[in-house]
Design a protein around this ligand. Structure first.
Ligand code: NAI
Length: 325
C-alpha cells in the first residue's frame, strides 16, 4: 500500500505538548499535515500553564522538515476553543482535522467527588471537545470535508473506580461523536473516537497515590512497580497514533465508531442490543422470569441510529417488519 499522507491538510491536535497528543502531532506532521500544536502546558491535574511544551514540539516538527504552529489556549472555554481554530485559519488558511486529546485527571472516590473535582474535568474533556469542535465543524461543513477524532477511555466505557468525573466526561464524548457523525454525514465530515492505552504521565499518575493503593490492596507497591515496568516497555504512545491518524485520514471508511488501541493491539468497541424478550402483557414478574433471555448476548445487533432501534421495537410490537426513517 502507498503511504497514507496528509499533504495540504491542516490538523489541530489539542493537548499535544506531551504524551499521546505529541505522538499524534508528530505522526501527522511527518506525513505532510500542517499541525496546530495546542497545549496549555499544565500539570496532570490541570494546574498551572507553560508555553514550553507546545513550543518545543513545534521546534521538533520544524527540525524534522514539517510545518507546525504552537497554540497555548485552553480548550476549557468557548473563547479558548475559538482561538485554537483561529490559530489554524490565521496560519494555514484551512482546517481539516481536529483531534480532541487534551485531558486532566482529578480522581476521587464517588462519595467525596466534589464540584471542584468534577467541573474542571468536564470542562477540559467534554466541554473542551465542544469548544474546539463546534467552530471547526462550521468550517468543515462549508468546505464539505472534515475529520474529528475524540479521545475517550476504557475508564469510562468500562468504569474505573475513583474516576466518576473522568468516566462521565469521557463517555459523554461517545454520544458527542455519534451526533457529529450523524450531522456531519451529509458534509463528508466523519467523527470517531479512540480509547487509548499508553504509558504517559497520566497513566503514571493513575498508578500513584492513595487511589491506586486502594485499588491494588496490600501488595500495592509491588503491583505498581511491576505494572510500571510492563507498561513502559510495551505501551508506547506511538502505537496508538496510527489508529488516530487513519481515522483522521481521507480514506477513513467509518463514522461514529470507537476504536481501542494500545501496544499495537487495535480493536473496535461497540454498543450491542440483545435480541431480548417481547410480551404485550409485560409485568415485573415477566421481566424477572425472562431476565436471562433479556440479557442473552446471542444474536445481538449493532444499531446504526435511534431510528433503527425504534424500528426493531415496532417490528416486535406490530409483528410486521417496520422501518422508521
Ligand atoms: P498527558 O497528561 O501526557 O497529556 C494531556 C495533555 O493535555 C497535557 O499535555 C496537558 O497539558 C494538556 N491539557 C490539559 N488541559 C488542557 C487544556 N485545558 N487545554 C489544552 N491542553 C490541555 O496524558 P495522555 O495520557 O497523553 O492523555 C491524552 C488523552 O488520552 C487524554 O484525553 C486522556 O484522558 C486520554 N487517555 C489516556 C490514556 C492513557 O493510557 N494514557 C487512557 C485513556 C484515555
Amino acid at each position: 500500500m502507498t503511504d497514507l499522507r496528509f499533504d495540504d491538510r491542516v490538523a489541530v491536535v489539542t493537548g499535544a505538548g506531551g504524551g499521546l497528543g505529541k505522538s499524534h502531532a508528530l505522526l501527522l506532521a511527518s506525513r505532510g499535515a500542517r499541525v496546530v500544536v495546542n497545549d496549555i502546558g499544565g500539570s496532570v491535574t490541570g494546574e498551572g500553564s507553560d508555553d514550553g511544551p507546545a513550543q518545543q514540539l513545534v521546534s521538533e516538527i520544524r527540525a524534522n522538515g514539517g510545518e507546525a504552529v504552537a497554540d497555548v489556549n485552553s480548550v476549557a472555554t468557548p473563547e479558548g476553543g475559538a482561538a485554537i481554530i483561529k490559530t489554524a485559519m490565521d496560519n494555514f488558511g484551512r482546517l481539516d482535522i481536529v483531534v480532541n486529546n487534551a485531558g486532566i485527571l482529578r480522581d476521587q472516590t464517588f462519595d467525596a467527588m466534589t464540584m471542584d473535582l468534577l467541573d474542571p474535568v468536564l470542562d477540559v474533556h467534554l466541554k473542551g471537545a465542544f469548544n474546539v469542535t463546534r467552530p471547526a465543524f462550521v468550517i468543515m461543513r462549508e468546505q464539505g470535508y472534515g475529520r474529528v477524532v475524540s479521545t475517550c477511555s476504557a475508564s469510562g466505557i468500562l468504569g474505573s473506580p475513583h474516576k466518576s468525573n473522568y468516566a462521565a466526561a469521557k463517555t459523554g464524548l461517545i454520544g458527542f461523536t455519534r451526533v457529529i457523525a450523524a450531522e456531519g454525514a451529509a458534509h463528508n465530515i466523519k467523527a470517531n473516537a479512540v480509547s487509548p492505552i499508553a504509558y504517559t504521565r497520566m497513566l503514571a499518575h493513575s498508578l500513584e497515590g492513595p487511589e491506586a493503593d486502594d485499588q491494588f490492596g496490600p501488595q500495592a507497591e509491588e503491583v505498581k512497580e511491576q505494572l510500571t515496568k510492563m507498561f513502559t516497555d510495551t505501551l508506547a504512545p506511538a502505537l496508538v497514533s496510527p489508529v488516530v491518524a487513519f481515522l483522521a485520514h481521507e480514506n477513513c471508511p467509518v463514522s461514529g465508531e470507537i476504536y481501542t488501541a494500545g501496544g499495537g493491539q487495535v480493536s473496535r468497541f461497540f454498543i450491542g442490543r440483545t435480541k431480548g424478550y417481547f410480551n404485550r402483557d409485560l409485568s415485573i414478574e415477566e421481566v424477572a422470569d425472562h431476565f436471562a433471555e433479556i440479557r442473552d448476548e446471542t444474536d445481538y445487533t449493532v444499531m446504526n441510529d435511534p431510528a433503527e432501534e425504534v424500528g426493531q421495537v415496532l417490528t416486535a410490537v406490530t409483528g410486521t417488519n417496520t422501518t422508521v426513517k
